[in-house]
Ligand binder design. Structure first.
Ligand SMILES: Nc1ncnc2c1ncn2[C@@H]1O[C@H](COP(=O)(O)OP(=O)(O)OP(=O)(O)O)[C@@H](O)[C@H]1O
Ligand SMILES: [Mg+2]
Length: 298
């Protein structure tokens, strides 16, 4: 088996009294898309910044594409693509100039060819001579992604690639990311959108409080932690509390679900434990996320 594209071992990163990354062990095998799923403050962005060399670990070891960080950080950075959460495009110049600047920065051999390819990927060929501030929000996002890919990196880091975007733009970006996956590029993507992880990630790592608490293929995680079927029970608070108590006494896991409760492993419930009025559905990654992190998902 080839070496993993990313390997973090016992990595710790503190900011004063805050431990943002707390003994993190994480491996990303070559060629997969790993979704780093966690609530606000879990340490996802800090992990990304450690991988790009924007932050230095207090302890532990980090290897990226066979390069050891921070000493070999420059070589690692040359081979990876980074798409930041915040748009930092140059708005005063054209679309193609934004791409060309990065292509030259990465010392791409044939800059015009790299720019053409990136434009095609972002579906912005017909807008190449427009200034960035004339683009729509979705076009800017596609350009930001394409800019991170202009040197054809083998590894791409995406930090919350679709946060705050409307559903239509999100879907556009998903298909671009899916295309990358199809080309065998290794992707580490942080997100707190369950659906994004479910759609794109081959494997998911659930991060809270600076470390990974669960890891696996989405379907396996669902089966392991939430079982096959979830029953949502809607009732008045007092009745809900009673249902919850009975389900838990019977060994089933229960989580809040907005105004309802969700009983997991409902396929194992004995007759009468779950009321007829409950809504039964297939267990989901959201069930797992809420169960493990205690946070209601987005
Ligand atoms: N430069 C910094 N200085 C001080 N504290 C920081 C810094 N960067 C991150 N932190 C803290 O480290 C913790 C982890 O933050 P981080 O940004 O990695 O979380 P995250 O999982 O990316 O969260 P979000 O989903 O909100 O983006 C938080 O408590 C945060 O306040
Ligand atoms: Mg973040």
């Amino acid at each position: 088996m080839s070496a993993p594209a990313i390997r973090l071992k016992q990595v710790v990163k503190t900011f004063g009294p805050i431990t943002a990354v707390d003994g993190l062990d994480l491996e990303v095998p070559t060629g997969i898309c790993l979704g780093l799923l966690g609530p606000n403050g879990a340490g996802k962005s800090t992990t990304m910044r450690l991988l790009t060399g924007q932050a230095i670990a207090d302890s532990g070891s980090i290897d990226v594409l066979g390069h050891s960080l921070p000493s070999d950080g420059k070589r690692a950075r040359a081979e990876m693509g980074v798409v930041p959460q915040l748009d930092n495009l140059d708005v005063d110049v054209t679309v193609e100039e934004n791409l060309a600047v990065f292509a030259r920065l990465y010392r791409v051999a044939d800059v015009p060819d790299a720019v053409d390819r990136a434009l095609e990927l972002a579906r912005l060929t017909d807008r190449r001579r427009d200034r960035v501030d004339e683009l729509s929000g979705g076009m800017r996002r596609r350009l930001l992604l394409a800019r991170g890919l202009v040197h054809e990196p083998r590894l791409v880091l995406l930090d919350e690639p679709t946060v705050g975007l409307d559903p239509q733009i999100r879907t556009q970006l998903w298909s671009l990311i899916d295309e990358l996956r199809g080309q065998g590029v290794t992707i580490l993507m942080s997100t707190h959108y369950i659906e994004e992880a479910e759609r794109l990630a081959d494997e998911v790592a659930v991060m809270t409080a600076g470390s990974i608490i669960a890891r696996g293929r989405p379907a396996d995680l669902v089966l392991e932690h939430a079982g096959r079927e979830t029953a949502e029970i809607y009732a008045a608070p007092a009745a809900l509390a009673e249902h919850r108590e009975r389900a838990e006494a019977a060994g089933l896991r229960v989580r809040p679900a907005g105004p309802a409760i969700a009983v997991m492993g409902a396929e194992r419930a004995t007759d009468g434990l779950i009321p007829e009025s409950a809504v039964r559905r297939a267990a989901s990654l959201e069930d797992v996320f809420v169960l493990l992190t205690g946070e209601e998902a987005e």
